[in-house]
Design a binder for this molecule. Structure first.
Ligand code: NAD
Length: 443
């Protein structure tokens, strides 16, 4: 049985730790946030991720999963140490590596015998070498000569389906220089190896690049269909029909072809910025990625213009109350990092609107993330409460419970019948049959 420490127990660390324990490994999850660890110890998950509670509880009970704030002890007593701390964007768009460096140095100060350090955080190309250097410097400081290897093992899970993604990945990427480390990584992922999950073995630089290139490609794909949607509106085409037919082409694929208010979340925005920055630094600017970043910003603003135009044009927002359904950047998560809802809500308030907002999981997040506009925001009890006395409904996140609303009731609750469906959930005919004035994306 492999003994693993996972440093950082956020969206990635807690899911990775719990699932690695479920694979039969002995796992200690570490975080420097005491409240988070105390909560996890009791089996209470401090974030919204479907299915995670069951797997955490099962593995705590089986004695395979523990939680601690003591990184020193966790590093000393485990042969494999995953780094899963955040890599938020720095001022200049590059990935801020201060948490990774902090953990690497703590590992260097604590390690006592051969250890494989696994970088699971999304980090710029070359970071595995930096982690090797930071650990080496700490060991030198101690006068210690302890062997170690650093492996890049990027994570591709999606919030909302993270447990399923971790346990059934499309591929596992292992970027390593040493055979010893590679062999240990295969043991860590033995459960996946046995069920023939594709393993991509490469060097650390390629592994790091694979993660950024994958996320940037998906961001480009979303942005492409958003731009096609904008064109469809002018050209009299319907982007849903266009995307459906495009997606049937095996070379294109149907996923990530849903037009909407722009991508958000904790990964695509920061990872596209970081990759663009790497390109510039290497003298190989990634013009497609740079353009995608700018187009995505425009798309979010365009949604505000669409709402304002729909409600009567410039100057139509003051005095209006707008119901916002969905605040998380996508369904099945409470994560609002870089959610388009933030830009759109702030811009609507700036233009004079008042908001009644509701999200099935993100209300706690919203309370502080919408702090700057809180005087103009009512935090509703549910979707129908948000609609009361509102002049318009804006559907921003396609939670399942928003997919089957009673449109007649929606119409009756609104003071004016405007419905901006920014996720193309409803058909124009059904909304109009209920007496609503319907505005979708790209149709
Ligand atoms: P997060 O902010 O949810 O979690 C990071 C955790 O690390 C926090 O709980 C924080 O308290 C902890 N931490 C920071 N410094 C620490 C230290 N010195 N010691 C112990 N704990 C420390 O972040 P996340 O969403 O889990 O992302 C982590 C990394 O994984 C990022 O690089 C991200 O890009 C990458 N990633 C995220 C996703 C995703 O969907 N969220 C998917 C794939 C990859």
């Amino acid at each position: 049985m492999i003994q693993i420490a996972v440093i950082g127990s956020g969206y990635v660390g807690s899911v990775s730790g719990a699932c690695l324990a479920d694979f039969g490994n002995q796992v200690t999850c570490v975080d420097n946030n005491t409240a988070k660890i105390e909560s996890l110890k009791k089996g209470i998950i401090p974030l919204y991720e479907p299915g995670l509670d069951t797997i955490v509880e099962r593995n705590i009970r089986a004695g395979r999963l523990r939680f601690t704030t003591d990184i020193n002890m966790a590093v000393k007593s485990n042969g494999v140490v995953f780094i899963a701390v955040g890599t938020p964007p720095a001022e200049d768009g590059s990935a801020d590596l201060r948490y990774v460096e902090g953990v690497a140095r703590e590992i260097g100060r604590a390690v006592e015998s051969y250890t494989v350090i696994v970088d699971k955080s999304t980090v710029p190309v070359g970071t595995s070498r930096l982690v090797t250097k930071w650990i080496g410097e700490e060991l030198k400081q101690r006068g210690a000569n302890i062997p170690y290897d650093v492996v890049s093992n990027p994570e591709f899970l999606r919030e909302g389906s993270a447990v399923q993604d971790f346990t059934h990945p499309d591929r596992v990427v292992i970027g390593a220089e040493s055979d010893r480390a590679r062999k240990i990584m295969k043991e860590v992922y033995r459960a996946l190896y046995l069920n023939e999950t594709p393993f991509i073995e490469t060097n650390p630089e390629s592994a790091e690049m694979i993660k950024y290139a994958s996320n940037a490609f998906l961001a480009v794909k979303i942005t492409f269909i958003n731009e096609i949607a904008n064109l469809c509106e002018k050209a009299g085409a319907n982007v849903q029909d266009v995307a459906k037919a495009m997606g049937r082409d095996g070379r294109i694929g149907a996923k990530f072809l849903h037009a909407g208010p722009g991508y958000g979340g904790s990964c695509f925005p920061k990872d596209t910025h970081a990759l663009a920055r790497i390109g510039r630094d290497c003298g190989e600017p990634l013009s497609l990625v740079e353009t995608t970043i700018a187009a995505n910003e425009r798309q979010k603003r365009r949604m505000v213009d669409k709402i304002e135009a729909g409600l009567g044009g410039p100057g139509s927002l003051p005095g209006k109350t707008i119901a916002i359904l969905g605040l998380a950047f996508k369904p099945n998560t409470d994560d609002m990092r870089e959610s388009p809802a933030l830009t759109i809500c702030e811009a609507l308030v700036k233009k004079g609107a008042r908001l009644r907002v509701w999200d099935p999981a993100a209300m706690k997040e919203a309370a502080w993330r919408l702090e700057s506009i809180k005087d103009a925001v009512y935090f509703a009890e549910d979707e129908y409460d948000a609609l009361k006395a509102s002049s318009a409904l804006v559907l921003l996140t396609e939670w399942n419970q928003f997919r089957n609303m009673d449109l007649q009731r929606v119409k009756d609750l609104l003071t004016l019948p405007y419905f901006f469906d920014l996720r193309n959930v409803y058909k124009q005919e059904e909304a109009e049959a209920a007496g609503l004035r319907y505005f979708g994306i790209g149709k």
